[in-house]
Unconditional design. Structure first.
Length: 318
């Protein structure tokens, strides 16, 4: 038995709202009213609030990803610059037979063992030690580090600190908007519960396959157990224009017994075009734009519709 699946993601919630708005309008135009108009009005008003917050979070996630990349690059540069300077100081001390305590200004132990920091916090601390230590070493009469210099480390250090702050700011902005969406999500789920309850009440006298077909048209999903028979998947609809005819076709589905092609002039109100075992239908459409979609059927009922295909027949030159 197919199991109803409550929307698990924000995208799925938005999809339910969009399908509820469009399907309820289409059904109402045909004289079918499965959910109250008052609920549709509420959903129509709420949907932009929810989707705006969701899209803002997607944008903030992308921004955080960018800031994380820039932060990583800045710390990588700081790490390399510090490491090069430390090894340069060590080589100079050994090459010129300078006093080993000179290395201590830069945090290098007397045995010359240089350990690279493993955390960003340690990298920042090392950068500060090197900049301050170089100034102290010069004040003590020693030659300043060069190639890279302490100034190079200072530049890399400032960049790493700036990128770190920007990443922290991106995190705070994301956390703030996630809190907003969390509050809206509770309201969204309440609206979705209202939609499914109204649908189930309105459809309660229909057979279960018919109920599921209509509930699916409002954006909801059903899951099947492994190996359990289920309606066909949504076909892929294509067309070829061979004036004056348009040839609509979809790939055959081994589980399907029949196919239903439909058309619309406004992408809202749909009308039957062909129903039967053929996966291809040819006819001469009128001048203008029409929308098309197809679905497959087996003993368990209709599957999902295909994506909508749009075609405009041109005017015939006089």
């Amino acid at each position: 038995m197919p199991k109803f699946v409550f929307p698990r993601s924000d995208r799925a919630r938005i999809y339910v709202f969009d399908k509820t708005i469009s399907s309820s309008a289409s059904d109402l135009a045909k004289g079918d009213k499965y959910i109250p108009e008052e609920l549709v009005i509420i959903i129509t008003a709420f949907r932009p609030l929810f989707s705006t917050s969701y899209l803002k979070i997607m944008s903030l996630l992308e921004k955080r990803k960018q800031e994380t990349g820039e932060q990583s690059a800045a710390f990588s540069l700081l790490d390399v610059t510090c490491n090069d300077l430390l090894h340069g100081i060590k080589r100079r001390v050994y090459r010129e037979n300078l006093p080993k305590p000179i290395m201590g200004f830069y945090g290098i132990p007397l045995d010359g063992a240089i350990t690279r920091p493993t955390t960003q916090s340690d990298m920042l601390d090392l950068g500060r030690v090197i900049v301050a230590g170089d100034a102290e070493s010069v004040a003590a009469g020693n030659e300043a580090a060069a190639n890279p210099s302490a100034a190079n480390v200072q530049t890399a250090l400032a960049a790493a600190i700036a990128e770190n702050n920007e990443r922290d700011s991106a995190d705070r902005d994301l956390d703030k908007e996630q809190a907003v969406l969390a509050g809206l999500r509770e309201t969204a789920d309440g609206h979705i519960v209202d939609i499914i309850e109204e649908l189930r009440h309105s459809l309660r006298k229909m057979d279960e396959p018919s109920q599921r077909r209509i509930i699916r048209s409002y954006g909801f999903k059903f899951e099947y157990s492994p190996g359990e028979p289920q309606p066909p998947e949504a076909p892929v609809l294509t067309y070829v224009w061979e004036g004056p005819n348009i040839i609509l076709s979809c790939d055959p589905d081994d589980t399907a017994d029949a196919y239903e092609f439909v058309y619309s002039e406004d992408n809202v109100n749909w009308h039957a075009l062909y129903a039967g075992a053929e996966t291809t239908y040819t006819y001469a459409p009128p001048v203008g734009t029409r929308f098309y979609k197809v679905r497959a059927e087996n003993e368990l009922g209709y599957g999902e519709y295909s994506e909508v295909v749009e075609f405009t027949k041109p005017e015939v030159p006089q």
